[in-house]
Design a binder for this molecule. Structure first.
Ligand SMILES: [Zn+2]
Length: 142
């Protein structure tokens, strides 16, 4: 694993972080917020599965670059901090949304699991397409 940031094949920014997990390459760009996985090729089962579970806006935003790499917006969920995800209605009208977790004063039990925090809707903030890093900073994961 290397901590070196390289150029993003999608937005040409220089904050692309790639790592290898079990022989698969997985990358995330901290400029445009898009991710890439070597498992997700145009004809892969993985892509088919993703198309069944991804939210509509993620399907709309999927894109293939000239090298046949498929890029999708990332989804961040960090317990104790918050979530950052893409939202919107079309490729021309979308944004990053960041929302923070709030600790519950009294934990709730649901399906035998103790819930100690919940999303705080009041903390929800929108960020422009290229301000992904600001969204991560807002929920304090960076
Ligand atoms: Zn990028």
């Amino acid at each position: 694993m290397t901590d070196k940031l390289t150029n993003c094949g999608r937005c040409n920014g220089n904050a692309f972080y790639e790592q290898e997990i079990n022989g698969n390459k997985i990358g995330l760009c901290y400029d445009c917020g898009y991710q890439f996985s070597s498992l997700m090729t145009p004809d892969s089962e993985f892509l088919k599965e993703q198309m069944e579970v991804l939210p509509e806006i993620y399907k709309l935003l999927l894109s293939e670059d000239e090298n046949g790499k498929i890029w999708s917006p990332s989804f961040t969920n960090v317990p104790g901090r918050g979530m950052v995800y893409a939202n919107g209605s079309s490729r021309d009208n979308w944004w990053w949304e960041a929302v923070k977790y709030k600790k519950l004063k009294v934990p709730e039990v649901k399906n035998h699991q103790k819930i100690v925090e919940k999303i705080n809707p009041k903390s929800m903030k929108k960020f422009d397409e290229m301000n992904f890093l600001d969204a991560l900073t807002y929920i304090k994961v960076i």
